[in-house]
Design a protein around this ligand. Structure first.
Ligand code: CFM
Length: 541
Protein backbone atom coordinates (compact mmCIF):
# COMPACT_ATOMS: atom_id res chain seq x y z
CA UNK A 1 0.00 0.00 0.00
CA UNK A 2 1.22 3.49 -0.82
CA UNK A 3 1.22 6.00 1.99
CA UNK A 4 -1.29 8.78 1.32
CA UNK A 5 -0.10 12.27 0.40
CA UNK A 6 0.58 14.03 3.72
CA UNK A 7 -0.60 17.40 2.38
CA UNK A 8 -3.94 15.87 1.40
CA UNK A 9 -4.24 14.24 4.83
CA UNK A 10 -3.56 17.60 6.46
CA UNK A 11 -6.30 19.21 4.35
CA UNK A 12 -8.75 16.48 5.30
CA UNK A 13 -8.04 17.03 8.98
CA UNK A 14 -8.59 20.76 8.73
CA UNK A 15 -11.76 20.45 6.63
CA UNK A 16 -13.84 19.60 9.67
CA UNK A 17 -13.06 22.88 11.45
CA UNK A 18 -14.64 26.31 11.12
CA UNK A 19 -12.58 28.55 8.84
CA UNK A 20 -10.81 30.60 11.49
CA UNK A 21 -10.01 27.54 13.61
CA UNK A 22 -8.74 25.68 10.55
CA UNK A 23 -6.37 28.52 9.71
CA UNK A 24 -4.94 28.68 13.23
CA UNK A 25 -4.88 24.93 13.65
CA UNK A 26 -3.11 24.58 10.33
CA UNK A 27 -0.04 26.23 11.81
CA UNK A 28 0.29 23.31 14.21
CA UNK A 29 0.12 20.64 11.50
CA UNK A 30 3.23 20.57 9.35
CA UNK A 31 4.63 18.32 6.65
CA UNK A 32 8.30 17.84 7.47
CA UNK A 33 11.00 18.99 5.11
CA UNK A 34 14.65 19.26 5.98
CA UNK A 35 16.77 21.80 4.19
CA UNK A 36 20.45 21.25 3.52
CA UNK A 37 21.35 23.72 6.28
CA UNK A 38 19.44 21.56 8.76
CA UNK A 39 16.48 23.90 9.10
CA UNK A 40 12.92 22.62 9.14
CA UNK A 41 9.52 24.31 8.66
CA UNK A 42 8.20 26.41 11.52
CA UNK A 43 5.52 24.80 13.69
CA UNK A 44 3.24 26.57 16.14
CA UNK A 45 3.43 25.00 19.59
CA UNK A 46 2.68 25.74 23.24
CA UNK A 47 -0.66 27.27 22.25
CA UNK A 48 -4.01 27.02 23.99
CA UNK A 49 -6.09 24.08 22.80
CA UNK A 50 -9.18 25.08 20.81
CA UNK A 51 -12.17 24.93 23.15
CA UNK A 52 -14.27 21.90 22.34
CA UNK A 53 -11.44 19.84 20.86
CA UNK A 54 -10.50 16.55 22.50
CA UNK A 55 -6.87 17.03 23.48
CA UNK A 56 -4.39 14.63 25.07
CA UNK A 57 -3.14 17.32 27.43
CA UNK A 58 -3.12 17.56 31.20
CA UNK A 59 -3.03 20.68 33.37
CA UNK A 60 -0.29 22.79 34.95
CA UNK A 61 -0.87 21.26 38.37
CA UNK A 62 -0.40 17.78 36.84
CA UNK A 63 2.94 18.86 35.38
CA UNK A 64 4.15 20.24 38.69
CA UNK A 65 2.82 17.80 41.25
CA UNK A 66 2.37 14.71 39.14
CA UNK A 67 5.40 14.92 36.90
CA UNK A 68 8.34 16.76 38.44
CA UNK A 69 7.87 16.51 42.21
CA UNK A 70 5.73 13.37 42.33
CA UNK A 71 8.54 10.80 42.04
CA UNK A 72 10.44 12.10 45.10
CA UNK A 73 9.63 9.73 47.91
CA UNK A 74 10.41 11.73 51.04
CA UNK A 75 8.88 15.11 50.24
CA UNK A 76 5.37 15.01 51.66
CA UNK A 77 3.06 16.47 49.02
CA UNK A 78 -0.21 18.11 49.95
CA UNK A 79 -2.68 19.10 47.26
CA UNK A 80 -4.54 22.23 48.26
CA UNK A 81 -7.83 21.97 46.45
CA UNK A 82 -11.04 20.03 45.95
CA UNK A 83 -10.67 16.29 46.31
CA UNK A 84 -11.06 15.61 42.58
CA UNK A 85 -7.70 17.25 41.89
CA UNK A 86 -5.97 14.81 44.20
CA UNK A 87 -6.25 12.28 41.37
CA UNK A 88 -2.80 13.49 40.33
CA UNK A 89 -1.56 13.09 43.91
CA UNK A 90 -2.00 9.41 44.01
CA UNK A 91 0.28 7.24 41.97
CA UNK A 92 -1.44 7.83 38.66
CA UNK A 93 1.99 7.89 37.00
CA UNK A 94 4.08 4.75 37.08
CA UNK A 95 7.12 6.37 38.69
CA UNK A 96 8.70 3.78 40.91
CA UNK A 97 10.88 4.31 43.93
CA UNK A 98 13.12 2.14 46.04
CA UNK A 99 13.91 3.29 49.60
CA UNK A 100 17.40 2.20 50.54
CA UNK A 101 16.47 0.81 53.95
CA UNK A 102 13.28 -0.37 55.61
CA UNK A 103 13.20 2.74 57.74
CA UNK A 104 13.61 5.22 54.87
CA UNK A 105 10.53 7.29 54.24
CA UNK A 106 8.33 6.68 51.25
CA UNK A 107 5.24 8.88 50.99
CA UNK A 108 4.47 8.07 47.37
CA UNK A 109 1.64 5.64 48.15
CA UNK A 110 -0.17 8.35 50.16
CA UNK A 111 -2.58 10.91 48.81
CA UNK A 112 -2.92 14.08 50.87
CA UNK A 113 -5.47 16.73 50.05
CA UNK A 114 -7.06 19.64 51.90
CA UNK A 115 -10.40 18.56 50.44
CA UNK A 116 -11.61 22.13 49.85
CA UNK A 117 -15.32 22.69 50.27
CA UNK A 118 -17.70 25.50 49.31
CA UNK A 119 -17.00 27.13 52.64
CA UNK A 120 -13.29 27.55 51.81
CA UNK A 121 -14.11 28.82 48.35
CA UNK A 122 -16.22 31.57 49.94
CA UNK A 123 -14.22 32.37 53.10
CA UNK A 124 -10.71 31.30 52.05
CA UNK A 125 -8.80 28.08 52.48
CA UNK A 126 -5.60 29.12 54.25
CA UNK A 127 -6.85 28.04 57.67
CA UNK A 128 -7.68 24.59 56.40
CA UNK A 129 -4.32 24.38 54.67
CA UNK A 130 -2.47 25.25 57.88
CA UNK A 131 -4.44 22.61 59.77
CA UNK A 132 -3.67 20.05 57.05
CA UNK A 133 0.05 20.77 57.21
CA UNK A 134 0.08 20.44 61.00
CA UNK A 135 -1.87 17.22 60.85
CA UNK A 136 0.39 15.80 58.14
CA UNK A 137 3.47 16.78 60.09
CA UNK A 138 2.19 15.16 63.27
CA UNK A 139 1.45 11.94 61.40
CA UNK A 140 4.55 11.61 59.23
CA UNK A 141 7.30 13.89 60.58
CA UNK A 142 8.72 14.48 57.08
CA UNK A 143 11.84 16.56 56.39
CA UNK A 144 9.99 18.59 53.78
CA UNK A 145 6.41 19.40 52.85
CA UNK A 146 5.34 20.69 49.44
CA UNK A 147 1.99 22.38 48.84
CA UNK A 148 0.42 22.34 45.39
CA UNK A 149 -2.20 24.87 44.34
CA UNK A 150 -5.14 23.80 42.21
CA UNK A 151 -7.35 26.15 40.15
CA UNK A 152 -9.68 27.43 42.90
CA UNK A 153 -6.71 28.40 45.09
CA UNK A 154 -5.60 30.94 42.50
CA UNK A 155 -9.15 32.13 41.91
CA UNK A 156 -9.89 32.86 45.57
CA UNK A 157 -6.36 34.17 46.25
CA UNK A 158 -5.10 31.91 49.03
CA UNK A 159 -1.45 32.78 49.69
CA UNK A 160 0.12 29.33 49.88
CA UNK A 161 3.62 30.82 50.03
CA UNK A 162 2.84 32.84 53.16
CA UNK A 163 1.37 29.74 54.79
CA UNK A 164 4.48 27.78 53.77
CA UNK A 165 6.78 30.43 55.31
CA UNK A 166 4.88 30.41 58.59
CA UNK A 167 4.80 26.66 58.76
CA UNK A 168 8.48 26.36 57.93
CA UNK A 169 9.27 28.53 60.91
CA UNK A 170 6.80 26.84 63.19
CA UNK A 171 7.68 23.22 62.37
CA UNK A 172 11.39 23.71 61.74
CA UNK A 173 11.32 21.72 58.49
CA UNK A 174 11.41 22.88 54.88
CA UNK A 175 7.94 23.82 53.68
CA UNK A 176 7.40 25.33 50.24
CA UNK A 177 4.47 26.00 47.97
CA UNK A 178 3.81 25.93 44.24
CA UNK A 179 1.50 28.35 42.42
CA UNK A 180 0.76 25.67 39.88
CA UNK A 181 -2.97 26.25 39.40
CA UNK A 182 -4.23 24.05 36.60
CA UNK A 183 -5.12 27.00 34.39
CA UNK A 184 -1.80 28.79 34.96
CA UNK A 185 -0.35 27.77 31.61
CA UNK A 186 -1.57 26.17 28.43
CA UNK A 187 -0.61 22.64 29.53
CA UNK A 188 1.45 20.64 32.02
CA UNK A 189 4.55 22.25 30.54
CA UNK A 190 3.99 25.37 32.64
CA UNK A 191 3.85 23.13 35.70
CA UNK A 192 7.31 21.77 34.92
CA UNK A 193 8.71 25.30 34.86
CA UNK A 194 7.01 26.24 38.14
CA UNK A 195 8.28 23.02 39.78
CA UNK A 196 11.83 23.69 38.51
CA UNK A 197 11.80 27.23 39.92
CA UNK A 198 10.68 26.26 43.39
CA UNK A 199 12.93 23.22 43.58
CA UNK A 200 15.84 25.44 42.68
CA UNK A 201 14.87 28.20 45.12
CA UNK A 202 14.02 26.03 48.09
CA UNK A 203 15.99 22.80 47.83
CA UNK A 204 18.94 22.63 45.41
CA UNK A 205 22.18 23.63 47.09
CA UNK A 206 20.93 23.50 50.67
CA UNK A 207 23.28 20.67 51.65
CA UNK A 208 26.97 21.39 51.15
CA UNK A 209 28.32 17.99 52.22
CA UNK A 210 31.43 17.58 50.07
CA UNK A 211 31.60 14.63 47.67
CA UNK A 212 34.83 12.84 46.96
CA UNK A 213 33.83 10.49 44.14
CA UNK A 214 35.71 11.08 40.92
CA UNK A 215 33.00 11.25 38.25
CA UNK A 216 29.91 12.89 39.65
CA UNK A 217 26.81 13.64 37.61
CA UNK A 218 23.12 14.38 37.99
CA UNK A 219 20.64 12.82 35.64
CA UNK A 220 17.92 15.34 34.83
CA UNK A 221 14.52 14.60 33.32
CA UNK A 222 14.45 10.87 34.12
CA UNK A 223 11.36 9.94 36.11
CA UNK A 224 11.73 6.21 36.63
CA UNK A 225 8.61 5.23 34.74
CA UNK A 226 8.37 1.45 34.81
CA UNK A 227 11.79 1.29 36.52
CA UNK A 228 13.81 3.12 33.82
CA UNK A 229 15.93 4.95 36.39
CA UNK A 230 16.82 1.67 38.13
CA UNK A 231 18.32 0.42 34.87
CA UNK A 232 20.30 3.62 34.38
CA UNK A 233 21.50 3.73 38.00
CA UNK A 234 22.92 0.27 37.62
CA UNK A 235 24.46 1.02 34.24
CA UNK A 236 26.19 4.17 35.47
CA UNK A 237 27.43 2.39 38.55
CA UNK A 238 29.03 -0.32 36.45
CA UNK A 239 30.78 2.38 34.45
CA UNK A 240 32.15 3.92 37.65
CA UNK A 241 30.05 7.08 37.34
CA UNK A 242 28.49 8.45 40.54
CA UNK A 243 24.91 9.59 40.26
CA UNK A 244 24.39 12.23 42.93
CA UNK A 245 20.79 12.97 42.10
CA UNK A 246 18.16 12.11 39.54
CA UNK A 247 15.53 14.78 38.87
CA UNK A 248 13.37 13.13 39.92
CA UNK A 249 13.02 9.37 39.40
CA UNK A 250 13.81 7.34 42.53
CA UNK A 251 14.93 10.58 44.16
CA UNK A 252 15.15 11.95 47.66
CA UNK A 253 15.05 15.41 49.14
CA UNK A 254 18.68 15.16 50.30
CA UNK A 255 19.94 14.17 46.87
CA UNK A 256 18.44 17.38 45.39
CA UNK A 257 19.90 19.41 48.25
CA UNK A 258 23.38 18.04 47.53
CA UNK A 259 23.09 17.97 43.72
CA UNK A 260 25.24 21.10 43.22
CA UNK A 261 28.23 18.90 44.11
CA UNK A 262 28.01 17.21 40.71
CA UNK A 263 30.33 18.16 37.86
CA UNK A 264 27.93 17.51 35.01
CA UNK A 265 24.18 17.59 34.44
CA UNK A 266 23.04 15.04 31.86
CA UNK A 267 19.54 15.79 30.56
CA UNK A 268 17.15 13.12 29.35
CA UNK A 269 13.81 14.92 29.07
CA UNK A 270 14.80 18.43 28.06
CA UNK A 271 11.21 19.68 27.97
CA UNK A 272 10.58 19.25 31.67
CA UNK A 273 13.84 20.11 33.39
CA UNK A 274 16.29 22.21 31.35
CA UNK A 275 15.36 25.22 33.51
CA UNK A 276 17.05 23.57 36.53
CA UNK A 277 20.16 22.76 34.47
CA UNK A 278 20.47 26.35 33.26
CA UNK A 279 20.01 27.77 36.75
CA UNK A 280 22.57 25.35 38.20
CA UNK A 281 25.10 26.30 35.57
CA UNK A 282 24.66 30.00 36.29
CA UNK A 283 24.80 29.67 40.03
CA UNK A 284 27.27 26.83 40.53
CA UNK A 285 29.08 26.43 37.20
CA UNK A 286 27.85 22.93 36.28
CA UNK A 287 27.64 22.47 32.48
CA UNK A 288 24.88 20.40 30.93
CA UNK A 289 24.70 18.06 27.99
CA UNK A 290 21.72 16.42 26.34
CA UNK A 291 21.70 12.64 26.52
CA UNK A 292 19.22 10.04 25.33
CA UNK A 293 19.22 6.69 27.09
CA UNK A 294 16.42 5.38 24.90
CA UNK A 295 17.63 2.83 22.34
CA UNK A 296 20.93 0.98 22.05
CA UNK A 297 22.52 3.66 19.90
CA UNK A 298 21.36 6.51 22.10
CA UNK A 299 22.57 4.76 25.25
CA UNK A 300 25.96 4.01 23.70
CA UNK A 301 26.45 7.60 22.57
CA UNK A 302 25.26 9.06 25.87
CA UNK A 303 27.67 6.95 27.92
CA UNK A 304 30.53 7.86 25.60
CA UNK A 305 29.76 11.58 25.85
CA UNK A 306 29.72 11.47 29.63
CA UNK A 307 33.09 9.66 29.60
CA UNK A 308 34.50 12.15 27.08
CA UNK A 309 33.39 14.99 29.31
CA UNK A 310 35.49 13.70 32.20
CA UNK A 311 38.22 12.83 29.69
CA UNK A 312 39.77 10.12 31.87
CA UNK A 313 41.39 7.16 30.06
CA UNK A 314 40.38 4.67 32.71
CA UNK A 315 36.75 5.81 32.67
CA UNK A 316 36.68 5.74 28.87
CA UNK A 317 38.02 2.19 28.91
CA UNK A 318 35.48 0.99 31.49
CA UNK A 319 32.62 2.59 29.57
CA UNK A 320 33.75 0.93 26.33
CA UNK A 321 33.94 -2.44 28.08
CA UNK A 322 30.43 -2.07 29.52
CA UNK A 323 29.07 -1.04 26.11
CA UNK A 324 30.74 -4.00 24.38
CA UNK A 325 29.35 -6.45 26.96
CA UNK A 326 25.86 -5.01 26.83
CA UNK A 327 25.62 -4.82 23.06
CA UNK A 328 25.95 -8.59 22.57
CA UNK A 329 22.48 -9.53 23.87
CA UNK A 330 20.98 -6.25 22.66
CA UNK A 331 21.98 -6.78 19.04
CA UNK A 332 20.82 -10.38 19.15
CA UNK A 333 17.39 -9.37 20.42
CA UNK A 334 17.22 -6.48 17.95
CA UNK A 335 18.02 -8.64 14.93
CA UNK A 336 15.50 -11.24 15.96
CA UNK A 337 12.70 -8.73 16.37
CA UNK A 338 13.80 -6.78 13.33
CA UNK A 339 13.34 -9.78 11.05
CA UNK A 340 9.62 -9.60 11.86
CA UNK A 341 9.17 -5.82 12.29
CA UNK A 342 11.15 -4.39 9.41
CA UNK A 343 9.11 -2.17 7.12
CA UNK A 344 6.18 -1.85 9.52
CA UNK A 345 4.89 1.59 10.41
CA UNK A 346 4.44 3.56 13.62
CA UNK A 347 3.07 6.87 14.89
CA UNK A 348 3.96 8.53 18.18
CA UNK A 349 1.92 11.20 19.93
CA UNK A 350 3.26 11.56 23.44
CA UNK A 351 4.19 14.22 25.96
CA UNK A 352 7.09 16.53 25.39
CA UNK A 353 10.09 14.34 24.62
CA UNK A 354 9.20 10.68 24.18
CA UNK A 355 7.52 11.14 20.81
CA UNK A 356 11.03 12.03 19.68
CA UNK A 357 13.21 9.76 21.83
CA UNK A 358 11.31 6.56 21.11
CA UNK A 359 11.68 6.99 17.37
CA UNK A 360 15.25 5.73 17.81
CA UNK A 361 13.95 2.37 19.04
CA UNK A 362 11.59 2.05 16.09
CA UNK A 363 14.46 2.89 13.75
CA UNK A 364 16.51 0.13 15.35
CA UNK A 365 13.68 -2.26 14.51
CA UNK A 366 13.68 -1.07 10.89
CA UNK A 367 10.23 0.44 11.31
CA UNK A 368 9.08 3.63 9.65
CA UNK A 369 7.66 6.55 11.62
CA UNK A 370 4.91 8.15 9.54
CA UNK A 371 3.73 10.85 11.91
CA UNK A 372 4.62 12.20 15.33
CA UNK A 373 3.91 15.05 17.67
CA UNK A 374 4.05 16.24 21.23
CA UNK A 375 1.22 17.05 23.57
CA UNK A 376 2.71 20.16 25.10
CA UNK A 377 6.23 20.75 23.81
CA UNK A 378 7.52 24.10 22.57
CA UNK A 379 9.01 24.99 19.20
CA UNK A 380 12.56 24.20 20.30
CA UNK A 381 11.57 20.61 21.04
CA UNK A 382 10.41 20.30 17.43
CA UNK A 383 12.85 22.47 15.54
CA UNK A 384 15.89 22.48 17.79
CA UNK A 385 17.21 24.77 20.44
CA UNK A 386 18.52 27.23 17.91
CA UNK A 387 15.02 28.70 17.45
CA UNK A 388 14.87 29.75 21.13
CA UNK A 389 16.03 33.35 20.59
CA UNK A 390 13.28 33.87 18.03
CA UNK A 391 10.44 32.63 20.27
CA UNK A 392 7.94 35.31 21.15
CA UNK A 393 6.90 35.66 24.76
CA UNK A 394 3.10 35.63 24.82
CA UNK A 395 0.61 36.34 27.58
CA UNK A 396 0.55 32.68 28.63
CA UNK A 397 4.29 32.26 28.95
CA UNK A 398 4.61 35.63 30.69
CA UNK A 399 2.38 34.17 33.37
CA UNK A 400 5.20 31.88 34.49
CA UNK A 401 7.91 33.37 36.65
CA UNK A 402 11.44 33.57 35.22
CA UNK A 403 13.70 33.64 38.23
CA UNK A 404 16.79 35.75 38.11
CA UNK A 405 19.82 33.67 39.01
CA UNK A 406 23.31 35.00 39.69
CA UNK A 407 26.66 33.36 40.25
CA UNK A 408 27.18 32.08 43.81
CA UNK A 409 30.29 33.97 44.92
CA UNK A 410 31.57 31.26 47.23
CA UNK A 411 30.28 28.07 45.66
CA UNK A 412 30.63 28.71 41.94
CA UNK A 413 33.33 26.53 40.44
CA UNK A 414 34.20 26.38 36.77
CA UNK A 415 34.17 22.69 35.83
CA UNK A 416 35.52 22.90 32.31
CA UNK A 417 37.16 25.56 30.21
CA UNK A 418 35.41 26.71 27.03
CA UNK A 419 37.90 24.79 24.89
CA UNK A 420 37.07 21.50 26.59
CA UNK A 421 33.40 22.06 25.82
CA UNK A 422 34.15 23.01 22.23
CA UNK A 423 36.09 19.75 21.89
CA UNK A 424 33.19 17.82 23.42
CA UNK A 425 30.82 19.36 20.88
CA UNK A 426 33.23 18.42 18.11
CA UNK A 427 33.12 14.85 19.43
CA UNK A 428 29.39 14.85 18.80
CA UNK A 429 27.96 15.66 22.23
CA UNK A 430 25.10 18.12 22.44
CA UNK A 431 26.54 20.64 24.88
CA UNK A 432 23.83 23.01 26.14
CA UNK A 433 21.88 22.01 23.07
CA UNK A 434 19.38 19.63 21.52
CA UNK A 435 18.49 19.24 17.91
CA UNK A 436 14.75 18.65 18.19
CA UNK A 437 12.43 16.10 16.65
CA UNK A 438 11.93 17.39 13.13
CA UNK A 439 15.56 17.42 11.94
CA UNK A 440 15.63 13.72 12.74
CA UNK A 441 12.43 12.83 10.91
CA UNK A 442 12.12 12.07 7.25
CA UNK A 443 10.73 14.48 4.68
CA UNK A 444 7.03 14.00 4.11
CA UNK A 445 6.25 12.83 7.63
CA UNK A 446 3.43 14.62 9.41
CA UNK A 447 4.23 16.60 12.53
CA UNK A 448 1.17 17.48 14.58
CA UNK A 449 1.31 19.51 17.75
CA UNK A 450 -1.27 18.85 20.50
CA UNK A 451 -3.11 16.39 18.27
CA UNK A 452 -6.90 16.48 18.54
CA UNK A 453 -8.84 13.25 18.62
CA UNK A 454 -10.52 13.96 15.33
CA UNK A 455 -7.08 14.17 13.72
CA UNK A 456 -5.99 10.92 15.37
CA UNK A 457 -8.95 9.17 13.79
CA UNK A 458 -8.13 10.62 10.38
CA UNK A 459 -4.52 9.45 10.67
CA UNK A 460 -5.56 5.94 11.60
CA UNK A 461 -8.14 5.77 8.88
CA UNK A 462 -5.91 7.08 6.10
CA UNK A 463 -2.55 5.55 7.00
CA UNK A 464 -3.57 2.42 8.95
CA UNK A 465 -0.24 2.27 10.80
CA UNK A 466 0.90 -1.00 12.39
CA UNK A 467 1.18 0.62 15.80
CA UNK A 468 0.13 3.88 17.42
CA UNK A 469 1.87 5.17 20.55
CA UNK A 470 -0.02 7.41 22.94
CA UNK A 471 -1.54 7.26 26.43
CA UNK A 472 -4.38 5.69 28.34
CA UNK A 473 -6.95 8.26 27.19
CA UNK A 474 -6.32 7.35 23.56
CA UNK A 475 -5.56 3.67 23.92
CA UNK A 476 -8.97 2.07 23.65
CA UNK A 477 -10.34 4.48 21.07
CA UNK A 478 -7.35 3.57 18.91
CA UNK A 479 -7.64 -0.15 19.51
CA UNK A 480 -11.33 -0.09 18.65
CA UNK A 481 -10.18 1.04 15.24
CA UNK A 482 -8.22 -2.17 14.90
CA UNK A 483 -4.75 -0.77 15.58
CA UNK A 484 -2.60 -1.75 18.55
CA UNK A 485 -1.80 1.14 20.87
CA UNK A 486 1.35 1.17 22.96
CA UNK A 487 1.23 3.47 25.94
CA UNK A 488 4.46 5.39 26.06
CA UNK A 489 3.62 7.19 29.29
CA UNK A 490 2.98 4.23 31.56
CA UNK A 491 4.35 1.49 29.27
CA UNK A 492 1.14 -0.57 29.76
CA UNK A 493 2.54 -2.25 32.87
CA UNK A 494 5.65 -3.16 30.84
CA UNK A 495 9.15 -1.73 30.82
CA UNK A 496 11.69 -0.70 31.78
CA UNK A 497 12.58 0.59 28.32
CA UNK A 498 15.63 2.74 29.08
CA UNK A 499 19.23 1.69 28.61
CA UNK A 500 20.34 -1.58 27.05
CA UNK A 501 18.11 -3.84 29.14
CA UNK A 502 15.19 -1.59 28.33
CA UNK A 503 15.88 -1.72 24.60
CA UNK A 504 15.63 -5.52 24.67
CA UNK A 505 12.28 -5.27 26.48
CA UNK A 506 11.00 -2.79 23.93
CA UNK A 507 12.04 -4.81 20.87
CA UNK A 508 10.23 -7.85 22.24
CA UNK A 509 7.13 -5.86 23.14
CA UNK A 510 6.80 -4.17 19.76
CA UNK A 511 7.48 -7.45 17.94
CA UNK A 512 4.67 -9.04 19.95
CA UNK A 513 2.28 -6.17 19.38
CA UNK A 514 2.71 -5.63 15.64
CA UNK A 515 2.76 -9.32 14.83
CA UNK A 516 -0.10 -10.61 16.92
CA UNK A 517 -2.99 -12.03 14.92
CA UNK A 518 -5.64 -10.63 17.24
CA UNK A 519 -6.02 -7.39 15.26
CA UNK A 520 -6.96 -9.30 12.14
CA UNK A 521 -10.10 -10.48 13.94
CA UNK A 522 -11.34 -6.97 14.73
CA UNK A 523 -13.00 -4.84 12.15
CA UNK A 524 -12.15 -1.16 12.07
CA UNK A 525 -14.97 1.22 11.07
CA UNK A 526 -13.57 1.69 7.57
CA UNK A 527 -13.33 -2.06 7.08
CA UNK A 528 -16.95 -2.39 8.14
CA UNK A 529 -17.93 0.26 5.62
CA UNK A 530 -16.11 -1.60 2.87
CA UNK A 531 -17.84 -4.78 3.91
CA UNK A 532 -21.31 -3.31 3.96
CA UNK A 533 -20.66 -1.65 0.60
CA UNK A 534 -19.68 -5.03 -0.75
CA UNK A 535 -22.82 -6.55 0.72
CA UNK A 536 -24.96 -3.80 -0.82
CA UNK A 537 -23.27 -4.37 -4.16
CA UNK A 538 -23.99 -8.09 -3.95
CA UNK A 539 -27.63 -7.46 -3.04
CA UNK A 540 -28.05 -4.96 -5.84
CA UNK A 541 -26.68 -7.29 -8.49
FE1 CFM B 1 9.37 14.58 29.98
FE2 CFM B 1 8.27 12.59 31.05
FE3 CFM B 1 7.84 13.37 28.59
FE4 CFM B 1 6.98 14.91 30.59
FE5 CFM B 1 4.74 13.51 30.89
FE6 CFM B 1 5.98 11.18 31.37
FE7 CFM B 1 5.59 12.03 28.91
MO1 CFM B 1 3.56 11.23 30.38
S1 CFM B 1 8.45 14.52 31.95
S2 CFM B 1 7.84 15.46 28.72
S3 CFM B 1 5.05 15.56 31.40
S4 CFM B 1 9.52 12.47 29.37
S5 CFM B 1 4.33 12.04 32.37
S6 CFM B 1 7.93 10.80 32.23
S7 CFM B 1 5.43 10.07 29.69
S8 CFM B 1 3.76 13.08 29.08
S9 CFM B 1 6.84 12.34 27.06
Amino acid sequence: MHDPDPNAVREQMLEAYPKKTARKRGEQIVVNKRDSDGSVPEIKANQRTTPGAITQRGCTYAGCKGVVIGPTRDILSITHGPIGCSFYSWLTRRNQTRPETDTDENFIPYCLSTDMQDEQIVFGGEKKLRAAIEEAYALFKPKAIAIFSTCPVGLIGDDVHAVARDMKEKLGINVFGFSCEGYKGVSQSAGHHIANNQLFKHVVGTNDTPRTEKFRINLLGEYNIGGDAFVLEELLERCGITLISTFSGNSTYDSFANSHMADLNAIMCHRSITYVAEMMEKKFGIPWIKVNFIGAEGTTKSLRHIAQYFNDPELIETVERVIADELVPVLKARDEARSRCEGKTAMLFVGGSRAHHYQTLFKELGMKVLAAGYEFAHRDDYEGRRVLPTLKVDADSRNIEEIHVTMDETRFRERKGPNDLIQLTADGAEVRDYSGMMPEMEDGTLIIDDIYHHETEKLLELYKPDIFCAGIKEKYAVQKMGIPCKQLHSYDYGGPYAGFTGAINFYKEIDRMVNTKVWSYTKAPWQQVEQSEEATAVLAS
